[in-house]
Design a binder for this molecule. Structure first.
Ligand code: IMP
Ligand code: MG
Length: 173
């Protein structure tokens, strides 16, 4: 059970997403983007973000997991790989949250190995104090403390992803 009130409200998330979309539209003016979302966690952020981007977007996804319950295993599994031929394309990688950085780093290198023309990364949430691997981020929504959060795509044991806001997760005593 979730206890507590939203940590980031729907409105805060939407406003921040609009800011990021504006920056992206500006940075990619006259270009096209291949947007690769990392599932499952990024599905809401991805859908909201690309709807507000003003340049052409090709949609693709990668399904990966690195988490067992709420501790990082340090291993990344690719369950489904993106399908686009990204050689020579401008790729935007979209993720819900960066924690240790292990997942994003792994996926970033996988994408870079296919020689895109450029690669930028957008993350909604950044738990900076937990970082173990340095990953260059181009667009960051919110810096958050080292607390486990759920909602807006983020889960605990695959639940709570459908909350329209982000809450700090607490198990009921
Ligand atoms: P990293 O590889 O340690 O950076 O972990 C990133 C992945 O861990 C994210 O894509 C999420 O799936 C998951 N994760 C990290 N922190 C949280 C959290 O607070 N709530 C839900 N999932 C999280
Ligand atoms: Mg994730």
């Amino acid at each position: 059970m979730i206890i507590g009130t939203p940590y980031l409200t729907t409105e805060q998330i939407q406003n921040k997403t609009a800011e990021i979309a504006d920056m992206i539209s500006h940075d990619y003016l006259g270009k096209e983007i291949v947007a690769i979302g990392i599932l499952k966690g990024s599905f809401m952020f991805y859908a909201d973000l690309i709807r507000m981007i003003q340049v052409p977007v090709t949609v693709d996804f990668i399904v990966a997991s690195s988490y067992l319950k709420n501790t990082s295993t340090g291993e990344v599994k690719i369950h489904y790989d993106f399908r686009e031929n990204i050689a020579g394309k401008d790729v935007l990688l979209i993720e819900d949250i960066i924690d240790t950085g292990i997942s994003l780093n792994y996926i970033r290198e996988r994408i870079l190995s296919q020689m895109p023309s450029s690669l930028k990364i957008a993350v909604l949430l950044d738990k900076r104090e937990r970082r173990e691997v340095d990953v260059p981020l181009d667009y960051t929504g919110f810096q958050i403390p080292n607390k486990f959060v759920v909602g807006y795509g983020l889960d605990y044991e695959n639940k709570y992803r459908n909350l329209p806001y982000i809450a700090i997760f607490k198990k009921k005593a």
